[in-house]
Write a protein that binds this ligand. Sequence first.
Ligand SMILES: *Cc1c(COP(=O)(O)O)cnc(C)c1O
Length: 385
Amino acid sequence: MPQLATLLAQAGRQTDPLTGAISTPIYQTATFAHPAVGESTGFDYTRSANPTRKALEDAMTAIEGGVASFAFASGLAALSTLICLFNQGDHLVVAEGSYGGTYRLLDQVFARFGISATYVPVTDTAAFAAAIRPNTRALLVESLSNPCLAVPDLPALAQLARDNDKLFIVDNTFLTPYWLRPLDLGDGLGADIVVHSASKFLAGHNDTIAGIVSVRDPALAERVGYLQNAVGAVLAPQDAWLTLRGLKTLALRLDAQQRSTLAIARWLQTQPQVKHVYYPGLEDDPGHARLQTFASGFGSVLSFELADNAAVARLVEGVKLIAFAESLGGVESLITIPAVQTHANLSAEERLRLGVTDTLVRLSLGIENADDLITDIATAFSLHK
Ligand SMILES: *Cc1c(COP(=O)(O)O)cnc(C)c1O
């Protein structure tokens, strides 16, 4: 099996024997002609399968180490389809500090269909255990919490899920398979399902919305594949191609992004305006040691506390290189205020409990020069001392 960097660079190669095209063709077609009655080229209708989407799905299967992958129109389309695995009356245990849209999907949409969720502190494996009920079907956790980057004990949660015969679903958007492959957490343990918002690191250029699911078990893969076609929230061919294109440079981008993130996190720690920096790559971060037991990197998102609301507004309005925009993982650096953007749909009490104060700022670092990014932030800080 080739190394991950090789799989990534060659994602989608050798998918066009007709011409030998190096880049996967974009099969912009809704339907496919049949050679004869009872015969198929393997493709009938693009909702069911499309060659460009399949090239992406096959690449992700090799990269994640699963048996099958499925590409969706967005991360939330992927999650919605996964929740359709469950029935009325089923229950999920979900990590606190999950993506805001995941809370909204569960509490405002699927709750109406009788699927309930209990949220527990992401670092507290015992709380997950205590929240399991007879009707619990799955544990759902993100590789790092959002926006404070707390580190779950994924191997312990995988063990807990196995011991209790529950599905273990990991949203690996924040670490990507370059740093973490949740389907294989060692000792035969792993997630049953990994899900990504490919809109973030995988596509990587702040230009595409996409979702990916990879599955470890063939019977489960069959059920997810059935739902992908039945629900129909599939990724379009052009966006599948953009996501494949993004994968090719994932290793290079993430190495550069992580290097900058660590440099900027250390610099922020020395700034009098900054009260606290959350980043598991920092040696004094509470998740630093734990994350290294199952992942090979720390990501390129950090967050930090400023003194007051005015300082937050001055920073996000003062930066010029860094865009004041939500999202993360792309080549361009972005800054957000989680309390009013990504986490606005949580209640004020819930936000406070999760550490999402009004003075918390989240930074996603891109591939710009790190010194330029530091100068940008320093200028915004000093403009209004
Ligand atoms: C962005 C995000 C999602 C939702 O993905 P979309 O592609 O925006 O639908 C889900 N989970 C996490 C962790 C995310 O960051």
